[in-house]
Design a protein around this ligand. Structure first.
Ligand SMILES: Nc1ncnc2c1ncn2[C@@H]1O[C@H](COP(=O)(O)OP(=O)(O)OP(=O)(O)O)[C@@H](O)[C@H]1O
Ligand SMILES: [Mg+2]
Length: 423
């Protein structure tokens, strides 16, 4: 109250002084009076503008807006970007107050701040983790939802131990890459083009589809679909037709996996006029330039693919991962057969297991044997015989078990036919 009285008294004396000054200037000369009046008006206008800023930055004004000038909070609280840069030199307790419950300081957080390096793609505000935060790979796997893919890989595919290990390795590489991105650590995207080698029916296409799903879930592919292509889909017979044909397939595959089966057929060393080389050149270009949008998987027999890479070093250098699919042994083929039957609610009677195993031992050494695919084909024939056998007695009462059970008799004809060589 007393301060207000004093303020108004001083203002009164100040205005009186101005009035006396103006009166004296009027007495002295009209020109001097004009100058004094102009200066007074200018000062009054400036004071009016300054008053608002002055009020906003006064300690009471700042306080009313939750800004306390007496702490570091003022600097870091006004600019979240600056706040991020200052983490590590700001006391942890203060940071916690500034950023709320999202920040969980750990033991590592008390370590001195190392130079933060952030990639542009992950520096969106609120996305990047603080250097003292931690992640677990289990949580990252869960976040990406890839546990299902690994579970399917394990339960739906028999054997293939080295392949599963390699898929796990690729998954780990990408999980680490993702975790690093969350901290804003920059790195180029890992090269994901692959080559699957192995005989027919060993699960190459099946694993490629799972890989596409895995890459989509981890965010390395937008769509995660698989486009299957062979030489005829990519290479044309006449001049000028190969490039549009190849580009059409590439367009369809964008955002997913282009799976080129029997990829070695693209290159024909003996034919200098072959348009396969034109297709390979386009593929090489796209594999380099569009590696963020497309993953190419080349598949084929190992020896032929090795020769293909020898003749096409450019292609070889673009393939980062080689997965080898080995032929299955009898026990694995039998287990695959049982798994396939189980999925369709059939099963092999004990004698049928023996019969089927004997059949496989003969069949697997014959030409055109296609591993798991031959098993599937043979079991489809067995189902046919099973149905035919039951249908032969239309008046018989059939139990649920009989409808599910494949007998040795349903296999034996296959065994008898083992001399035939079809896939
Ligand atoms: N290890 C396995 N366990 C269970 N089923 C399998 C296994 N390997 C392959 N199969 C099944 O066998 C069939 C053929 O597999 P797929 O088409 O993936 O083989 P491929 O190697 O691509 O053959 P190709 O070289 O002839 O194209 C599919 O139905 C697949 O599910
Ligand atoms: Mg295949």
């Amino acid at each position: 109250m007393r301060a207000a009285t004093l303020r108004y008294s001083l203002l009164g004396i100040f205005l009186l002084g101005i009035a006396i000054g103006l009166f004296m200037a009027w007495q002295a000369s009209h020109v001097l009076f004009g100058l004094a009046l102009g200066s007074t008006i200018m000062v009054a206008v400036l004071l009016l503008f300054a008053r608002d800023n002055w009020r906003q930055t006064s300690s009471r004004g700042l306080d009313s807006r939750g800004i306390r000038p007496d702490s570091l909070r003022l600097i870091v609280g006004m600019d979240p970007g600056l706040r991020r840069e200052m983490v590590g030199i700001v006391p942890v307790a203060l940071v916690r107050r500034m950023s709320g419950p999202r920040i969980r300081p750990s033991a590592a957080s008390r370590a001195p701040l190392t130079k933060p390096s952030a990639s542009r793609r992950t520096r969106r505000r609120g996305d990047t983790l603080q250097p003292y935060e931690t992640v677990t790979l289990a949580a990252e796997r869960h976040r990406a939802g890839i546990d299902d893919v690994f579970a399917a890989l394990d339960s739906e595919l028999i054997g293939l131990v080295p392949v599963k290990k390699k898929v796990e390795e690729i998954g780990s590489l990408l999980l680490i890459d993702r975790a690093r991105q969350r901290f804003g650590l920059s790195a180029s995207r890992p090269n994901l083009h692959m080559c699957f080698t192995g005989p027919p029916g060993t699960g190459k296409t099946t694993v490629a589809m799972m890989m596409a799903d895995l890459l989509r879930r981890l965010g390395y592919l937008e769509k995660g679909h698989l486009v299957h292509a062979m030489r005829d889909d990519l290479v044309a017979e006449y001049i000028g037709q190969t490039a549009p044909k190849t580009k059409q397939v590439l367009d369809r595959a964008m955002g997913g996996v282009l799976f080129i089966d029997e990829a070695y057929t693209l290159y024909r060393a003996e034919d200098s006029k072959d348009y396969g080389q034109e297709c390979i050149d386009i593929l090489l270009q796209v594999m380099e330039n569009d590696r963020d949008k497309l993953v190419v998987i080349l598949a084929g027999y190992k020896d032929r693919m090795d020769r293909f890479f020898e003749s096409n070093p450019g292609m070889s250098s673009r393939i980062a991962h080689h997965l080898e699919f080995a032929e299955y042994d009898v026990d694995e083929l039998l287990a695959i057969g049982r798994l396939m039957l189980d999925r369709s609610s059939y099963y092999l009677a004990d004698e049928a297991v023996t019969a089927f195993s004997e059949y496989l031992q003969v069949r697997m050494h014959q030409p055109w044997f296609a591993n798991a695919r031959s098993v599937r084909n043979e079991l489809e024939s067995a189902r046919l015989r099973h149905a035919h056998r039951l249908a032969a007695e239309p008046g018989r009462h059939l139990s649920r078990d009989e409808l599910m059970r494949i007998e040795a008799a349903d296999i034996l004809p296959s065994h008898a036919r083992a001399g035939r060589s079809t896939p």
